[in-house]
Design a protein around this ligand. Structure first.
Ligand code: NFS
Ligand code: SF4
Length: 628
């Protein structure tokens, strides 16, 4: 294959192989064959009687030492994954709430309230008075109220009220309306311990309740409070690919998830002293680029370039031009410490809750964020001289320009017009069939799916060609961004109806809506579409669906489960997380439909997923009587 046809990550991977630098693909190979019990969720080590295994096929044991069966094994595992995913997004949300309070109190130098309108809207959601009050006073109360959502002893989460009334009734009837976020996570751990909850249906209900505490709790708090602090995303131009890193510049790559770190790095990267320091080392300037969800956060709010998604992190370092890779938490591979040894790159951790052996640590707190950020920037500038020019290799692939920044507010505004922003026009375009439906693609990239795949790009292309609007988040969005899919010109690859809408409104057919916590934006968009009328009265009536092709993180499971519990049919690629428990698999992929009006599907062959999503959308259209 000519280099030109190869993706940047493939070019980089080839180069790393040539340079004998180990990658995740090597380690993936070394892990083969992966444990069959684990792959089927038939391994339990929740107590020291174990580890226990269940033999799915042969004459071996069908129960653990305590008597737990395959469904219990898999359901406990599934619930723990949901709880862990919820904990990740929610602990992130908590950090943002703390920052909002600190900012309001003037204790977080550099940060400020950027979106007052959203602050007031969230205050109203929380029943906080806004009239005749100082902005900072409102912000402090909003932050504190958000913090209470984690541990309040009574009642259910306040954001659940943002769902359509019909949806709220379903949650109440099933007893899955989430209570305090920490309570749901703790209870999930409690129930999955040895001798706890041992009914797979009951365990799966808790998986819904804890995941709803993610989507409508921790993730939504993260998204909304970040918008208040850093601005609600609006369409913005950006660039993506390893090509955003520049030879003659000091390159700082920000990797991880919580945008407060990246925002501080951006704030601290300008000013006369920094310029002087850069000039003194002979560099032309500073490039800040993002990786993983930090990249998504920076891209949708500021148009700051994205170096890549999950499976590109080692490759980004192997360009040899990264002076500092600064990380916070989640999806940061320990392998980076080893990759860094081949280069002059410094790997810098910033949170006391996430250190990596071999990395340098610069502690990052709300109160000293700017100072720490400056220290890291000066460290990068100082490290520029240590770069080994012989090792520099930036894949010469194009770096597509793109448009990102489609919050649900923006989608509403762009489609609905300046004066009466609403989802009416989107609903109308769905009803008249120009747009068949909407698919949210979310989640990770994985070596299990193949080497440097373009699976999300292929899926998005298939969907838009069939007049389905695509909303992307997380690493799925990252892959679509580097695949050049977020350009208005892409309308030419759309079906006629979607093309017409994209042309009239000036949006690309694949909308970048942010990081994984921003899947909460999809929940709000769907709620508003349902409330707008004409497409039923609940999220489960809408011709919409969700897909994650290459899931990796426990966070992806929590997302899938809250999408389903919110009424959105969701397909995951590769292996089912509960494959060894046929009854549980049946519950997730069939029975849940009766409970929550939506279900999971798992499909090994990711090429088949496009058709599954489209069939679902047509089925919903038919039920609505709009099969035009
Ligand atoms: Ni989502 Fe973001 Fe990417 Fe997967 Fe990891 S970065 S929070 S978990 S790998 S999409
Ligand atoms: Fe085995 Fe039961 Fe203990 Fe799990 S909880 S390790 S199945 S005895």
């Amino acid at each position: 294959m000519e280099d030109k046809q190869k993706t940047t990550d493939q070019i980089m991977l080839d180069k790393m192989r040539e340079s004998k630098i180990e990658t995740m693909y090597d380690r993936y190979k070394a892990q083969q064959p992966q444990c069959g019990y684990g792959s089927l969720a038939l391994c339990c080590r929740h107590c020291n009687y174990g580890p226990c295994n269940i033999d799915p096929f042969g004459p071996g044991p069908k129960r653990g030492i305590c008597g737990a069966d395959a469904n219990t094994f898999a359901a406990r595992h599934f619930l723990r994954m949901s709880a862990a995913g919820t904990a990740c997004h929610s602990d992130h949300g908590r950090a943002v709430a703390h920052l909002l309070v600190a900012t309001a109190r003037g204790e977080a130098p550099g940060y400020r309230i950027k979106d007052v309108e959203k602050l007031k809207m969230i205050a109203e959601c929380f029943d906080i008075k806004t009239k005749d009050r100082e902005i900072n006073e409102i912000a402090e109360e909003v932050g504190e109220m958000a913090l209470m959502e984690f541990g309040k002893p009574y009642g259910t989460l306040l954001f659940l009220k943002r769902a359509p009334a019909a949806r709220q009734k379903i949650w109440e009837k099933l007893g899955i309306a989430s209570r305090a976020i920490d309570r749901e996570v703790t209870e999930s751990m409690h129930r999955t311990g040895m001798g706890g909850d041992q009914d797979y249906r009951n365990l799966t209900k808790q998986a819904m309740r804890v995941s709803l505490a993610d989507g409508w709790g921790g993730s939504m708090i993260a998204t909304e409070l970040q918008d208040i602090l850093f601005g609600t995303p609006k369409p913005v131009q950006g660039r993506a690919n390893l090509g955003v890193l520049k030879k003659d510049y000091v390159n700082i790559v920000v990797h991880g998830h919580e945008p407060q770190l990246a925002e501080a790095i951006v704030m601290a990267s300008t000013g006369p002293d920094i310029e002087k320091a850069v000039a003194a080392v002979g560099a032309k300037g500073i490039v800040i680029a993002g990786l993983c969800c930090t990249a998504n956060e920076l891209l949708v709010r500021h148009g700051i370039p994205m170096a890549g998604h999950m499976t590109m992190q080692e490759g980004a370092m192997a360009t040899g031009v990264v002076e500092v890779m600064v990380v916070d938490i989640q999806c940061v591979m320990q392998a980076l410490a080893e990759t860094a040894k081949h280069f002059h790159t410094k790997l810098v951790t910033t949170l006391s809750k996430a250190k990596i052996s071999g990395a340098e640590h610069v502690e990052f707190e709300d109160e000293n964020a700017l100072e720490s950020a400056k220290k890291i920037i000066l460290m990068a500038i100082g490290n520029y001289k240590n770069r080994d020019k012989k090792k520099v290799f930036i894949p010469d692939a194009s770096e597509p320009n793109l448009i990102a920044g489609f919050s649900h507010e923006t989608i509403k505004y762009m489609l609905g017009g300046r004066f009466r922003a609403s989802y009416r026009p989107l609903n109308d375009n769905i009803i008249n069939g120009r747009i068949r439906g909407v698919v949210g693609i979310a989640g990770c990239t994985s070596p299990k799916a193949g080497e440097c795949t373009q699976s999300y790009v292929d899926l998005a292309k298939e969907l838009i060609a069939n007049n389905i609007l695509v909303v992307a988040t997380g690493c799925a969005a990252g892959q679509c961004a580097s695949g050049g899919l977020m350009l208005p010109e892409l309308k030419d690859q759309c079906g006629a109806g979607l093309k017409e809408v994209c042309e009239a409104v000036g949006i690309p057919p694949v909308l970048h809506s942010g990081a994984c916590v921003d899947n909460s934006r999809i929940l709000i968009a769907c709620s508003e579409m349902a409330k707008e009328g004409g497409l039923g009265n609940d999220i489960s009536d809408l011709p919409v669906a969700g897909a994650c092709l290459e899931w990796m993180s426990e966070k992806a499971i929590a997302i899938g489960q809250f999408l389903v519990a919110s009424g959105i049919y969701t397909v995951f690629g590769m292996n089912s997380p509960v494959a060894g428990a046929p009854d549980l698999q049946n519950l997730l992929t069939k029975e849940l439909e009766e409970q929550v009006g939506a279900r999971w599907d798992f499909q090994q062959d990711i090429k088949k997923i496009g058709k599954m999503l489209m069939d679902h959308i047509e089925m919903k259209r038919e039920a609505l009587g709009i099969n035009v």
